[in-house]
Design a protein around this ligand. Sequence first.
Ligand code: ATP
Ligand code: MG
Length: 812
Amino acid sequence: MAVVGFDLGFQSCYIAVARAGGIETVANEFSDRCTPSVVSFGSKNRAIGVSAKNQQITHAHNTVSNFKRFHGRAFNDPFVQKEKEKLSYDLVPMKNGGVGVKVMYMDEEHIFSVEQISAMLLTKLKETAESNLKKPVTDCVISVPSFFTDAERRSLLDAAQIVGLNCLRLMNDMTAVALSYGIYKQDLPAPEEKPRIVVFVDMGHSAFQVSACAFNKSKLKVLGTAFDPFLGGRDFDGKLVDYFCAEIKAKYKLDPKSKVRALLRLYQECEKLKKLMSSNSTDIPLNIECFMNDTDVSGKMNRSQFEELCADLLQRIEMPLLSLMEQTQLKVEDVTAVEIVGGATRIPAVKERIAKFFGKDVSTTLNADEAIARGCALQCAILSPAFKVREFSVTDATPFPISLLWNTEAEDTEGVHEVFSRNHAAPFSKVLTFYRKGPFELEAFYSDPKGVPYPESKIGRYVIQNVSAQKDGEKSKVKVKVRVNTHGIFSVSTASMVEPVKSEDSEDVGVETEVESQDQRPIENSSDTNEKKGDQPPEAKKPKIKVKNVELPIEANLVWQLGKDLLNMYIETEGKMIMQDKLEKERNDAKNAVEEYVYEFRDKLSGPYEKFVCEKDLQGFSALLTETEGWLYEEGEDEAKQVYVDKLEDLKKLGTPIEMRYQEAEERPKLLEELGHRLQYYATIAGEFRNKDEKYIHIDEMEMMKVEKCVSEVVEWMNNAVSAQAKKSLDQDPAVHSSEIKAKLQELNNVCEPVVTQPKPKVDSPKEENPLNERNDYKTEDMGEDDKNSEMPQQNGECHPSDQNTISMDLD
Ligand code: ATP
Ligand code: MG
């Protein structure tokens, strides 16, 4: 079973896999460990990742990037509308009000939901992991920004479902980083000791996230998280773009913002410039050839100018850090280390700000690009039964406080209770008790909407159905279990009505017990919340009686939930697109094979193959090659795969004999020489035997005659072959093929070798010299054999995934 972690970044993705040897970040088909979060649509297929990014400027309208943050949002969400202005492709509303991407694909207009676009990216990541692991990938852990709300998380899970990925956990970016930090640490304080506090900081392309974690041996607990979801590397790029746009306008009278392609090029160049400024404080030039209207533009910038330009962005770094310390009640002195990850933390001024805040140097012990993916793979290994990983418990924190709202029956007023406070441990379940005579509704919402970077504070509405009054007309006790699950998603997971039963009704009856938390943590039973509102049931003070719990159906109405039908349609569409990409790849491969053959053969015909083709054939074949080349660029440019396959066959009919003659001529002399040597060798032994040489005296006369006969037959065969071949020119098919020489060599060895290598019989030492000799001799021989065996490679002790059900991982 494959174990995989995906860091689904705004700009780029990383994939880590677990193997018997440990965690490994794997590379894509371009040998790059970074796969850009870009999907490009063409008239025959899709390009995803590196190849899509390469088309970003030439296919600007049909190349989709920067889409991660559209998950779980409405098209008319202010954030989406603001982003829309900066995109080179079209955003449109979906039927359900969500964000759709309008592109030309297969020469037709298509609208894909953001879930579908992310699913496409996941398809690429899944394929990359599969080709590295050489087995199918289903179970995985995917990273999410810790500030993602339920709607965003659910939307991402839908994307995973579209490509058949079983996401075992949506893991908060910072928690994944903390896990990849902590699990390798051997020197963490014992469980009863004061934990080691480490702050993790990530600035990626779109967001800035921080978290404080407490580490003890074998466990980590996220104490708190804070973020600026709108501060990332791209904002620094944006500052540079604005600056150079103004400069280009003044200097060249050109407006880069008026042309998508020019603006995209400027963004790319500014990003490069930004990166260069991280390692260089001198002036760095910016040159773009044929930028607009055939004009070359140029400019320059240095680090201190850049820092001045980005002063407001740099200033924003402190806010989340302050918020983190305030929430967690930590002082900077409590923090043992500040670990930074994420591409944009390479900006020196960003690093400096963080270091200044904590009054200590930041640490870069983790791989800034790969730590999240590695943490996700570790989490996947922990959750997967296929791997045995060192015990390590991860307790996350809820980023936003969540409350429940309900109507009280008695006074027709509303009750509210904060079920999960900010930074409450997660995953976690709680049981709430209500007293009702009929079905009732609960509404979950984020109780601090201002702190949530999402316009909708509502999470969902849940109707607890089939509730009825007790037989005596009194209110029934209804237990509702609410949960923040392993993905960080809130749910009203179960509801049951507690019915008292007469003791003779013994089936399905039990003494009332509290519903057990799946997380094995104590349950906060929040039944008092209702009691506060005056819904106190009369039977609450009665002594314990036998009860049974009747499961109640829950109707959930969630913000942004894809329907089953739509999801199934997306699954089917993605499957078709994968198939189309595969067919197109095969077609292209077939075409490339023809093209490659033409070029390779033409080169070789005027080089190594020249002597192996007669003048007439050479002319005919050269003409066919030239004709095929022309055909490839004209009428044969866009043909079905079989047409290319047939074309290659036609070429091979002429090419293969030439190739064969060349290869035969290369191999023949070497093989003949080897055969000659062997003949010489056996003939010499036969001669020595005839001369009564000590070495061969033990060989039987008849046996040796077989050797002599075989040698003379093969000598004759070889002489005939050599003289027949001498009559052939190089452009004719050979008189003797190398396969025949190999067979002869084999035949010779098979006959002669067993005879000439016969061991000499042992000469026993006189018995009186060593009475134990006979047995000892045998013993010595046996032990010799054993010794030999012991030199054989031992079966090594490594575990192989195919041998065992569980794999021990070496994490050190
Ligand atoms: P997010 O975390 O927002 O989803 P992401 O994970 O794709 O995005 P990263 O790969 O962590 O983002 O970081 C990408 C950002 O880091 C880009 O803005 C990139 O320009 C920037 N970056 C990378 N290297 C450097 C560098 N040497 N100097 C400055 N910035 C850099
Ligand atoms: Mg990231």
